[in-house]
Design a protein around this ligand. Structure first.
Ligand code: NAD
Ligand code: UFG
Length: 341
């Protein structure tokens, strides 16, 4: 059973490739390497003992994408991770984001339809909910006006898939991720932030290891118990496992609708200060941080209601905040020593 994983050399994609292989699936990756390295393929092989197929293709290239499907006629499902994901950059370069994230999806769907591949799992985000009125947020919460072009591409992509399933022989599962963190226990794959990280966890680990001087905590005047913003952090391997279940579900005809959506989080929210405390506790490293103004565009608090995903997928995130912090720290230490890419 061959699965196409787009963006498979990226952070979440690479962990998912390993889980798919360990569940018996054959994997072929498409990635243009705009935010990842070809050496990730070697490291996936080191973990699983199996080398996934890899093709360097930009999915916005309609000819090359169509050509890929002409050459692979035995794919049964697609997991579509490939996208640009930096919220701030998307504000500066909206057209780049709309072109990359939407043209690639359209080309992919056209290729799948022509090749008769009926299953797509899509990487969506809890950003589609904006600041939800009710917490924890369920899949039924209204989609709010997007806070960034990046978030807007996720909303439009969900609709493109939904509309396509109405008229084509295609089923979709939309996975709305909360905040993925941590790395594979082998420390052979993980997130490779390029330049100054935007996300909290890599900024914490880089500060702790001495690459950054001080972590800025964005805002302590939110309406939360300690005043700092709350998110639902989920370990990337827990997240990866849900993708295998989503693919199994489609292949075994267990989907209830042609398009389904699931929240992938732990169901627990942690504030920035709680995350820092957990990090300091499990690593025994004192973190240099200062409180600064809120970051523009940030929401105050969000965490998932995972009841539906837990019940329907028979899946539950297993790792807690301390374990996730240790995982992120082990990865940062491994990055210091790494000889690749
Ligand atoms: P990532 O950047 O590590 O991986 C994405 C991969 O897609 C990269 O390897 C990149 O080179 C590739 N890519 C981008 N555009 C491409 C194109 N046009 N053609 C071919 N390959 C292309 O990001 P990630 O964190 O692994 O995220 C994976 C998916 O999950 C993305 O769709 C992202 O928007 C979504 N997501 C991520 C988060 C998060 O916090 N990491 C949260 C919610 C949703
Ligand atoms: N934060 C800091 N200091 C930093 C970085 C972040 O205090 O240096 C705070 C933020 O203000 C926020 C929290 O830590 O309150 C988490 O911030 P991240 O940037 O790590 O994550 P976001 O929730 O802002 O966004 C992330 C991804 C998005 C994705 C979203 C939901 O960056 O792409 O999760 O999945 F859409």
């Amino acid at each position: 059973m061959k699965i196409l994983v787009t963006g498979g050399t990226g952070y979440i994609g690479s962990h998912t490739v390993v889980e798919l292989q360990q569940s018996g699936y054959e994997v072929v990756i498409i990635d243009n390497l705009s935010n990842s390295y070809a050496s990730v393929v070697d490291n996936i092989e080191k973990i699983s003992g199996i080398r996934p197929g890899f093709e360097k293709i930009d999915l916005t290239d309609i000819g090359k994408t169509a050509n890929f499907f002409n050459r692979h006629n035995n794919i049964v499902g697609v997991i579509h991770f490939a996208a640009l994901k930096a919220v701030g950059e998307s504000v500066q370069e909206p057209l780049l984001y709309y072109r990359n994230n939407l043209n690639s999806l359209i080309n992919l769907l056209e290729g799948m339809i022509k090749a008769g591949i009926p299953n797509i799992v899509f990487s969506s985000s809890c950003t589609v909910y904006g600041q939800p009125d009710e917490l924890p947020v369920t899949e039924q919460a209204p989609i709010q006006k997007a806070w960034s072009p990046y978030a807007h591409t996720k909303q439009i992509a969900e609709e493109i898939i939904e509309n396509t399933t109405k008229v084509e022989n295609v089923k979709g599962i939309l996975l709305r991720y909360f905040n993925p963190i941590g790395a594979h226990e082998s420390v052979l794959i993980g997130e490779l932030p390029i330049g100054v990280p935007n996300n909290l966890i890599p900024f914490i680990t880089q500060t702790a290891i001495g690459k950054r001087e001080v972590l800025s905590v964005f805002g302590e005047d939110y309406n939360t118990p300690d005043g700092t913003a709350i998110r639902d952090y989920i370990h990337v391997v827990d997240l990866a496992k849900a993708h295998v279940i989503a693919i199994d579900r489609m292949l075994n005809d267990k989907s209830k609708d042609k398009v389904e959506m699931f929240n992938l989080g732990t169901g627990n929210g942690f504030s920035v200060l709680e995350v820092i405390n957990s990090f300091e506790k499990v690593t025994d490293v004192k973190l240099n941080y200062k409180i600064v103004d809120r970051r523009s565009g940030d929401i105050e608090k969000v965490w998932a209601n995972t009841t539906y995903a837990n019940r329907e997928l028979g899946w539950k995130a297993e790792k807690g905040i301390d374990e996730m912090m240790l995982s992120a720290w082990n990865w940062e230490k491994a990055l210091q020593k790494k000889t690749w890419p």
